[in-house]
Write a protein that binds this ligand. Structure first.
Ligand code: PHE
Length: 328
């Protein structure tokens, strides 16, 4: 029985077969187990001899099973390693990823500059009413900026905002000074499109209100922004101008060296001024002063990157986007 059993164990081709052999010999009704049960009927001397023999047999079968199990498990592991072989040193597949649009990069950079100066970032709707876009901003009823030439009107009498200044009014209606906010966003003008004009572009609006804000604070904010964007020693200039919602009003420009021509020149960036008393009146403020400024972001991006045509921003030509692609 011994050789037979050990041979059967060694012939077992897999773990299931091995288990069957074990049951056959060592299971509850197995051949060895049955023999052990017969011991009771033997006389003591004989029982001792037979008992030792059967136990030795049992031990030998168990050892053989153990050995065979180890062999089978090792073989199985080897087979599965061969089957699922993965070379972890191979480079992975490079998945195509997106990137940040150049305008988004410029906007993010601007917002970072203003956050550092303690400004909160706010937004407003692109579809506006005449009230927020014009009336509350002190535009006289017959002001040319309301002219249908500049403004896209919707059939229900609303409009696509022509600037980000309506965000000033929306913000002030629900907040009390002091505050410093910037509002980036898309604006729309019904204009002929050329290399420097698009019917939609972006602006950044800044508004600071407190009890003693002066023109000096406005100058400081603009020059701090210019320095943060273009480095130390950058010069800024304010020239008198008119916007209905500021008084006094100005246009601001920065003196910078054009990297393409190597020449320094004034670059008109946007409008600014002290918040007009009529605007404060429209939002129910009394006893405050403030400044506001706003400018076109495409303009800034064009000059920062030397982009020749404003229309590139919205054409989604991958050759353009890839050149100026920003990391996510
Ligand atoms: N909203 C003005 C424009 O679009 C710019 C501006 C903003 C001027 C704030 C003064 C103060 O031209």
């Amino acid at each position: 029985m011994k050789t037979e059993a050990v041979e059967e164990v060694q012939r077992a081709e897999d773990l299931d077969a091995l288990q069957q052999v074990r049951v056959k010999y060592l299971g509850k009704k197995g051949l060895v187990t049955q023999r052990l049960k017969t011991l009771g009927s033997l006389d003591p001397e004989e029982r001792k001899i037979q008992g030792q023999a059967i136990n030795a047999l049992k031990q030998e079968i168990e050892d053989a099973i153990k050995k065979r199990r180890a062999e089978l498990e090792a073989a199985e592991l080897e087979a599965s390693l061969a089957r699922d072989r993965v070379d972890v040193t191979l480079p992975g597949y490079r998945l195509p990823t997106g990137g940040l649009h150049v305008l988004t990069q410029v906007i993010n950079r601007l917002l970072e500059v203003f956050r550092t100066m303690g400004y909160e970032v706010v937004t407003g709707p692109e579809l506006e009413t005449d009230y927020y876009n014009f009336t509350a901003l002190n535009f006289p009823a017959e002001h040319p900026a309301r002219d249908t030439q500049d403004t896209f009107w919707t059939t229900d009498g609303r409009l696509l905002r022509t600037h980000t200044s309506p965000v000033q009014v929306r913000y002030m209606k629900h907040r009390k000074p002091p505050f410093k906010v910037v509002a980036p966003g898309r604006v729309f003008r019904n204009e002929a499109v050329d290399v420097t004009h698009e019917a939609q572009f972006h602006q950044l609006e800044a508004l600071v209100v407190d009890t003693h804000i002066t023109m000096a604070d406005l100058r400081g904010a603009i020059s701090t922004m210019a320095t943060a964007l273009f480095g130390d020693g950058i010069k800024t200039r304010l020239q008198p101008s008119y916007f209905p919602f500021v008084e006094p009003g100005a246009e601001f420009a920065i003196w910078w060296e054009n990297p393409r021509t190597g020449k320094s020149e004034w670059l008109e960036l946007g409008g600014c001024g002290m918040v007009h008393p009529n605007v404060f009146r429209a939002v129910g403020y009394e006893g405050f002063t403030g400044f506001a400024f706003g400018f076109g972001i495409e303009r800034l991006a064009l000059i920062s990157y030397g982009i020749p045509d404003i229309r590139y921003f919205h054409q989604n030509d991958l050759r353009f986007l890839r050149q100026l692609r920003g990391g996510l």
